[in-house]
Design a protein around this ligand. Structure first.
Ligand code: VG1
Ligand code: CO
Length: 542
């Protein structure tokens, strides 16, 4: 039986870079999740009788919201819902299931790399039929709807057993509980040379994969340990936990430091990898070498033909604006199209659908391709293993040779987290007001060539996204970029992205922060970071 429940709107349900993210106590307010889910359905058309995919990263509150979403999907008229067993679907696996089974769309419950638990973060995101994050015009419509919503519909029924694989009826809608791993593992096997990777591993190459107590655990165990034959225990923190075991499931040098230290130790593994809460990010480290995500994109693109799924070559490359230009040099050399988009995976979807690009990446530990429409952590890790197996070289050798051939883009991101919101907005406004006067000015040896607030016109549908980050471009290709995060849940996070291009191979061994020191100082001088935020330094450096 369908019940119509009166509700009052919440004013703060504006989706950010990747869906709606709030603390659990905010989501647990009366009708909060229901309002947002109904606002999603009210913003869509033509889904009667069609399939909706539902799954999440297993964090605290995942199962509760899945039950709500299932009962509301049934009331809204979906014909079928496919949900991962235990409520689990990594973000790339959900994207794959939407595409493979021709679903109308999907709801992914995740706050990605943010911590989980009763007082930590939760999130809801809608993905469209191509498997990718909803474009801005849909997220805008959802937000507009959430501001005036007055009722939602839900079926009265007992909870669905999420742990038993198979189909059940939910008041006229079929709910199919599916194995979350099988389709994804099959897809990976179709793209990469598993025989070559198996040989690499049986030859003694040691892998350590840290799933950080988050969603990739079961995926990595099946693929890396079962199908590729790595010894049991190669995948660490492999059980998805509601609080990620207290970890901050963000694969970077700060939060995956244990793994990094292990790989760097004398008798440590040859290859280290980690993924985030919902499985779309990756970190790759080798002996004596941390691979920056920007370099990773460039190296994957340059070596794509090593992998059977990309043997014919790639169509083009896209990167988010703050991501380093390392990939641009590969595109130039290979004669490929190169696209620069705003931050967030949703901007890559149209380019991939139109066949303009095959691989995409972001500096925030995100890499992926048109095999799905999300970034994909394990995909990137497997791509690296495939390249290592094909080239018979280690991570450090591959990276150094890449720099020697293309030059090195020194790169670092400095985050100032939980800054006072007014101070952060004031800093950005002040920068904006100086944009026209900066070109021509010199700061030490650095002369500003151009400065703007990045704006993007989608080449496929013509949609325009403005105010996507302040860019200060210096002569010679160095740059500093300022943006405010759109995924945080308290205060504001200022991100400062710093990059310098160094063509000279004899200067490729400098420590990154030292290589960028003058740019970092200029960033502070121009944006008045210390004085405006009251911070003496960043909270996280990646
Ligand atoms: C951050 C990253 C961005 C990424 C987004 C979602 O956004 O910078 O590159 O696409 O997170 O990643 P922001 O607005 O906080 O800078 V995930 O792994 O949360 O889906
Ligand atoms: Co993520």
């Amino acid at each position: 039986m369908i019940r119509t429940v009166p509700t009052a709107p919440y004013k703060d349900q504006k989706p950010g870079t990747s869906g709606l993210r709030k603390k659990v106590p905010v989501f647990a307010q009366e009708n909060y999740a229901e309002n947002f889910i109904q606002s999603i359905f009210d913003s869509l058309e033509g889904f009667a009788g069609k399939t909706l995919v539902i799954g999440g990263d297993g964090r605290y509150y995942n199962r509760e919201v899945i039950q709500k979403a299932l009962k509301m999907a049934a009331a809204a008229g979906f014909g079928k819902a496919m949900v991962g067993q235990g409520g689990i679907l990594s973000t790339p696996a959900a994207s794959n299931i939407i595409r493979k089974y021709g679903a109308f769309g999907g709801i992914i419950l995740s706050a990605s790399h943010n911590p989980g638990g009763p007082n930590e973060d939760f999130g809801i995101k809608y993905n469209i039929g191509n498997g990718g994050p909803a474009p801005e015009k849909i997220t805008e419509a959802i937000f507009e709807r959430s501001r005036i919503i007055s009722e939602y519909k839900i079926v009265d029924a007992p909870d669905v057993d999420l742990d038993r694989i198979g189909s059940v009826d939910l008041e006229g809608m079929t709910v199919e509980v599916v194995d979350p791993v099988a389709d994804y593992a099959e897809l990976m096997e179709s793209l990469f040379d598993f025989d070559a990777i198996r040989n690499l591993i049986s030859g003694g190459f040691r892998i350590a994969m840290d799933s950080m107590g988050a969603v990739t655990g079961p995926y990595a165990k099946e693929i890396i340990e079962q199908r590729l034959g790595a010894p049991a225990g190669s995948v660490r923190n492999a059980t998805p936990l509601p609080d990620f075991g207290g970890h901050h499931p963000d694969p970077n040098l700060v939060h995956a430091k244990e793994l990094y230290d292990d790989v760097m130790s004398a008798d440590g593994p040859d290859f280290g990898a980690a993924s985030d809460g919902d499985g779309d990010r990756n970190m790759v480290v080798g002996k004596d070498m941390f691979v920056t995500p920007s370099d990773s994109l460039a190296i994957i693109a340059a070596n794509a033909k090593c992998a059977p799924g990309y043997a014919k070559g790639i169509a083009g490359i896209a990167r988010s604006m703050p991501t380093s230009a390392a990939a641009d040099r590969v595109a130039e050399k290979l004669g490929l199209g190169m696209y620069e988009t705003p931050t967030g995976w949703k901007y890559f979807g149209n380019l991939m659908d139109a066949g303009k690009v095959t691989v995409c990446g972001e500096e925030s530990f995100g890499t992926g391709s048109d095999h799905v429409r999300e970034k994909d952590g394990l995909w990137a890790i497997l791509f690296w293993l495939n390249i290592i197996a094909a080239r018979k070289e280690g991570v450090a050798e591959i990276v150094r040779k890449h720099w020697a051939e293309y030059g090195r883009n020194y790169y670092s991101r400095h985050d100032y987290e939980e800054v006072d919101t007014d101070a952060a907005n004031g800093l950005m406004d002040a920068l904006r007001s100086r944009l026209s006067s900066l070109p021509g000015q010199s700061f030490g040896d650095l002369k500003v060539e151009a400065a703007d607030d990045f704006s993007y016109t989608d080449p496929i549908d013509g949609s325009v996204s403005t105010r996507q980050g302040i860019r200060i471009l210096f002569e010679g290709g160095s740059r500093v970029i300022f943006r405010l995060s759109g995924t945080g849940t308290s205060g504001a996070t200022l991100r400062v992205y710093v990059e310098r291009y160094e063509p000279d191979a004899s200067r490729h061994g400098i420590e990154t922060q030292a290589a960028l020191a003058d740019l970092i100082a200029v960033a502070d001088e121009i944006a008045e970071i210390k004085t405006r935020t009251g911070r003496t330094g960043p909270t996280v450096i990646t």
